[in-house]
Design a protein around this ligand. Structure first.
Ligand code: ATR
Length: 273
């Protein structure tokens, strides 16, 4: 029997999840389809009922529905509870289970590079939705966080919520400082760079040992990553994070191990590389 999966969000036209998952189905010869649906904020409840009635086995959830879908679900996994957000739903019979693979998707590839997280220091640029998930998953694994944001109040709020949760976090403004010389992991989580604009912060003085990640992957290399590379740092764009969260969603739905290499190729084709 054919299985159906989807991603819902608004807007959704930019989502590469269909290319990624379909490439995986082809690789394993699975009879499955993955669709993309634009769901306006006021129609979420109808859309969830519709997906359930149509027999969808599971779906991904993206902006702006990651939090508002929670009351429409029957159960949450510990990952979704901790994040207070859902990016993956699985239908178990009549039950809808909400899960979150964003945080683990991020730490999974970063740990290949960094090894131990405990006691290491991460600086996050930005304090929006993307920063929150990443901050939580890093703090949970024992990293010390410094959150820098244009609007200092948002960085302060995020740092406070990380501390409330038991993690170590301080905040500051988006400016260079002594943090540059002793950072183990630098993560760019803002939307700056999406349109090719340069990042308004010089990385001069950044430790060569720092691992630098930009969650943007289109454009492939933001000005921030370019500068970090020139300084001799290891750099990653956001493709790996997207791939790992997708692979973890696959495994939550279908069990077994996701065909990551085929999924990576699907993503690369999707962005024309
Ligand atoms: P997301 O959920 O994708 O993180 P968001 O919640 O809208 O999106 O957050 C966007 C982030 O990009 C914020 O940290 C925002 O900074 P502010 O909190 O000061 O708004 C940051 N950002 C967006 N445009 C920016 C700019 N021109 N300069 C600096 N930071 C910017």
């Amino acid at each position: 029997m054919e299985q159906h999966f989807a991603v819902i969000g608004y807007p959704i036209a930019h989502s590469l999840s269909p290319q990624m998952h379909r490439a995986g189905y082809r690789e394993l010869g699975l009879l499955a389809e993955y669709s993309r649906f634009a769901v306006e904020p006021g129609r979420l409840s109808d859309a969830v009922k519709g997906l359930k009635a149509l027999g969808f086995s599971g779906w991904n959830v993206t902006l702006p529905h990651k939090e508002s879908i929670i009351p429409l679900l029957d159960e949450l996994t510990p990952e979704a509870q901790r994040a207070g957000a859902v990016n993956t739903v699985r239908r178990d019979g009549e039950k809808l289970i909400g899960h979150n693979t964003d945080g683990r998707g991020f730490t999974r590839f970063v740990e290949n590079e960094l090894g131990q997280f405990q006691g290491k220091k991460a600086v996050l640029l930005g304090a929006g939705g993307a920063a929150k998930g990443i901050a939580l998953s890093l703090a949970e694994r024992g990293m010390t966080l410094q959150i820098l944001n244009r609007t200092s109040k948002k960085a302060e709020d995020l740092a406070r919520s990380i501390r409330k949760w038991g993690g170590e976090a301080i905040h500051g403004s988006l400016t260079p400082g002594p943090w540059l010389s002793d950072v183990d992991l630098l993560v760019q989580t803002t939307s700056l760079g999406l349109h090719g604009e340069s990042f308004p912060l010089s990385l001069a003085g950044l430790s060569r040992d720092a691992l630098v990640v930009d969650i943007i992957f289109n454009p492939w290399e933001t000005s921030l990553l370019y500068e970090a590379k020139l300084l001799g740092c290891r750099t990653f764009n956001g493709l790996e994070m997207l791939l790992q969260q997708g692979a973890l969603a696959w495994e939550f739905w279908l069990g077994g191990e996701a065909p990551r290499e085929a999924m990576r190729q699907g993503l690369l084709e999707g962005i024309g590389r």
